[in-house]
Design a binder for this molecule. Structure first.
Ligand SMILES: [Zn+2]
Ligand SMILES: [Zn+2]
Length: 553
């Protein structure tokens, strides 16, 4: 491929929220922006995480120059422990991003040597024919950057996740100047965050949450428990400072909260006033008005600290009347019911619960429409590609860009795997590469496919019936059995009549096979399966998995 062609190849994050991953190719050089994971929907039974299919990168391993990271959220770095062993290239990111990634790599791949290279905003690194520049943005995690990839055809600007916060908690503003400067000189193509493209107006500053915390702390007598995303270090910081202001000590509950607080503190992203942090046991001994607790579980995750507190099986801390609980997050779509159940249980324990529906205790980390327009107007791209969002969000974002005057033929709403190709003559869709999802279950990466999932669904819905029978290998006569075992289908002891009927039916099928002299076991099994399937559906209107086991003697 010649150097006068720029290919933009989204491998994840388009048409979905999560597993963001994008390849940029020019000539024989590929740079990858982010490589994240996604948490599975409910119908993916037993799946732990979902990662992008990166066959394209593996197949072109020798062309991949680097992975550049925009920030440390799971949906941007979470797939690297699975992908880096296949393409071990240099990984560039800011200090906190790489700090979080390092922890992840140690956990998943102890001993693995990754080539992690720390960058600062405005640094420029060379990756093949590309020069990659990092530009500070605001987001719900510190140290987030956009990346400007200087290519032989012009500048590709990828915003990563961002928002425009004029009063950021750490004082680090989005780098308006550099963005405007790039716009002035000419941006070839802009790729921008579409998560909130359906929402008009502006996203509020993170500082608003600190003000709400202040009001709540001022008026609460009992303990205050705050649940939020561990990675939202600015929010954790605000909670700690407000607690300090009102003379409270802070304890941390939940493994990921403990981890992130430690990493962020070590790297200098979290300021802890002298003596503010205490262990949970000590917090339990202090007067209630001197205690604040930070915890995970803002999504109602079943194993999280808050969920266990709500159901009364978090031993270190018991919810009591007079506690105030702040759930400082919105439920990610799909988690609404889990969160609602936790809120109900907390109320039942006599606590006061403040959640998004009733007060301003959360702001988004993503830009609303006015901020998206500002980004487009500042950078004035020739081509535009909405990224990070479900399909309708991409469509809304594309419409905004057209409203601002971008020619419709220069706006591309792409799908994962679809190549957008830009040459001096213009831009177009230019075919597809393999893209999709890879399911991770335990140590297995990609070994759970549609067939395994279909079995899991059947087992989950109607259970399994196992028939065991021993046959004489020559004659096909029954030597022992048939025995029937049921799991998740019916309770055998209460379905004796049905089980007898099942056994009788199996005998009928076996006799028929002997008569026909068809002693091929595969045939016998499939006939047993078919006959029982019909019988059980007639009797129960259920379709359990039927598993005949035949032993030869
Ligand atoms: Zn993010
Ligand atoms: Zn994201």
């Amino acid at each position: 491929m010649r150097n006068n062609k720029l290919q933009i190849i989204p491998l994840g994050g388009l048409g979905e929220i999560g597993k963001n991953c994008l390849a940029v190719r020019c000539g024989s050089d590929i740079v990858v922006v982010d490589c994240g994971l996604m948490f599975p929907e409910e119908e993916l039974l037993g799946i732990d995480v979902v990662i992008p299919d990166v066959s394209y990168l593996v197949d072109h391993r020798q062309l991949v120059r680097s992975v550049v990271l925009t920030h440390g959220h799971e949906d941007h770095i979470g797939a690297l422990p699975y992908v880096l062993p296949q393409i071990n290239v240099p990984v560039y990111g800011t200090r906190l991003t790489l700090g979080l990634l390092e922890g992840k790599l140690e956990e998943h791949l102890p001993g693995f040597k990754a080539d992690l290279r720390v960058v600062k905003p405005r640094d420029i690194v060379e990756c093949g024919c590309f020069k990659v520049e990092f530009i500070r943005v605001s987001h719900s995690i510190p140290d987030a950057v956009a990346v400007a990839i200087h290519t032989p055809l012009g500048v590709l600007l990828h915003t990563g996740d961002f928002k425009i916060d004029h009063t950021p908690v750490d004082g680090e503003l989005i780098d308006f100047h550099r963005l405007a400067q790039l716009g002035e000189r000419g941006v070839l193509v802009l790729l921008s965050d579409s998560t909130n493209a359906e929402h008009p107006g502006y996203t509020m500053s993170e500082r608003v949450v600190g003000e709400t915390f202040d009001e709540i702390f001022r008026s609460s007598q009992g303990r205050i428990i705050i649940a939020t995303f561990a990675s939202n270090i600015h929010r954790v910081q605000q909670a700690i400072l407000v607690a300090h202001r009102y003379g409270r000590k802070v304890a941390v509950a939940g493994r990921s909260m403990v981890n992130v607080v430690n990493i962020a503190h070590q790297l200098g992203y979290l300021q802890l006033p002298e003596g503010i942090m205490v262990e949970l046991e000590e917090a339990n001994r202090l007067p209630r008005h001197q205690v604040a607790i930070l915890t995970t579980g803002s999504q109602g995750e079943p194993m999280s600290a808050l969920t266990r507190m709500a159901s009364g099986d978090f031993k270190q801390l018991e919810i009591i009347p007079g506690d105030t609980i702040i759930i400082s997050a919105v439920p990610i779509p799909g988690n609404e019911k889990l969160v609602a159940r936790v809120v109900d249980q907390l109320f039942k324990r006599g606590a006061m619960v403040l959640y998004e529906a009733v007060s301003a205790i959360h702001v988004s980390g993503h830009p609303c429409q006015e901020e998206l327009k500002l980004m487009i107007n500042l950078t004035r791209p020739r081509y535009f590609l909405p990224v990070h969002g479900e399909y309708r969000m991409l469509i809304r974002h594309a419409a905004l860009a057209r409203e601002l005057g971008l020619p419709p033929e220069n706006v591309f709403v792409a799908e994962n795997g679809q190549i957008v190709e830009i040459t001096p003559k213009g831009g177009r869709f230019a075919g597809r590469v393999t893209a999709g999802r890879v399911l991770v279950d335990g140590l297995g990466v990609g070994d759970v496919g549609n067939i395994v999932l279909r079995d899991r669904k059947q087992l989950a819905q109607d259970g399994i019936l196992i028939v065991v029978v021993a046959l004489n290998q020559e004659t096909g006569q029954v030597v022992a059995g048939p025995d029937v075992i049921s799991r998740g289908f019916v309770y055998v002891r209460e379905a004796e009549a049905l089980m007898e009927e099942v056994k009788a039916q199996v005998r009928v099928v076996l006799d028929r096979c002997v008569e026909r002299k068809s002693l091929e076991w595969a045939t016998i099994k499939s006939e047993v399966r078919e006959a029982l399937g019909r019988l059980l559906y007639e009797r129960t209107r259920r379709r359990p998995m039927i598993l005949p086991i035949i032993m030869g003697v």
